[in-house]
Design a binder for this molecule. Structure first.
Ligand code: ATP
Length: 238
């Protein structure tokens, strides 16, 4: 049986007194791509920020490999193996590509052999090697997204949280990002992906959850959701 790396159990979060995510339960299976789909403002980003420890868990529990991390600080969660690639990339525009990647090797397990990890990133993203001395802010949108993903991977995570990685990208670059996700997953990486591009997301994910108004409205194997008449109408425009 496949293990769950990350378990979200009836978890709630929000901003101040305003609860945005209400009692959500989601399992992230080891070696899989689990997806969160849903429209603008559904609460996907808020949920991701909670998982990274950047918003408090106001109800319920989070577990990483079975250990309770509900109260664990964000830096400790990175150390424990959760890496967030945030919406909007959030790279350091004035630092070089190399410096951005170097900063990603924040965990103890990544620090001592960061050069080896950097070489892996260069193999995975040859463009980042070509541009290693260029200011990150001068990269194209797609290249910046690759850099954000590579920076997240530098920490050697157990689970990679990808928030809207194709937002604002040209279709060809978006396709490249989805290909990268597939490739990373084939290499064994566990991924939780939040996306508005439901069609492409259901193709790359094993299992998906539809988030609406801070709730899980529907869950199932991706193929099953892609065939669901409500999903086809509301999210696939069919
Ligand atoms: P999107 O794809 O547009 O980012 P999303 O599903 O990720 O959508 P969230 O960004 O999580 O949605 O937003 C969920 C709700 O939380 C929205 O109603 C939004 O207005 C609200 N929200 C987001 N950030 C804040 C904030 N800093 N303070 C208060 N409310 C916020």
């Amino acid at each position: 049986m496949t293990r769950n790396v990350l378990s979200i159990e009836q978890a709630a979060t929000g901003y101040g007194k305003m609860e945005i995510v209400h009692g959500v339960s989601i399992e992230v299976r080891e070696g899989g791509v689990t997806a969160l789909v849903g429209g603008n403002g559904a609460g996907k980003t808020t949920l991701m920020l909670m998982l990274a420890g950047l918003l408090p868990v106001t109800a319920g529990r989070l577990r990483l490999d079975g250990a309770d991390i509900t109260q664990t600080r964000s830096d400790e969660r990175v150390e424990a193996g959760i890496a967030l690639v945030p919406e909007g990339r959030k790279i350091f525009p004035n630092l070089t590509v190399h410096e951005n990647l170097r900063l990603g090797a924040v965990t103890a397990r990544a620090r001592h052999n960061w050069q080896e990890r950097l070489a892996e990133m260069h193999t995975l993203f040859p463009r980042l090697q070509e541009r290693r001395n260029q200011a990150a802010g001068t990269l194209s949108g797609g290249e910046q997204q690759m850099l954000a993903i590579a920076r997240g991977l530098m920490s050697r995570p157990r689970v990679l949280l990808l928030d809207e990685p194709t937002l604002g990208l040209a279709p060809i670059m978006a396709r490249h990002v989805f290909d990268t996700i597939r490739e990373l997953n084939r290499s064994g990486l566990t991924i939780l992906l939040a996306e508005q591009d439901t069609r492409s997301t259901l193709k790359v994910a094993d299992f998906a959850h539809v988030i609406e108004n801070g709730h899980v409205a529907l869950s199932g194997p991706s193929q099953q959701l892609a065939d669901n008449p409500r999903i086809r109408q509301a999210y696939l425009g069919l």
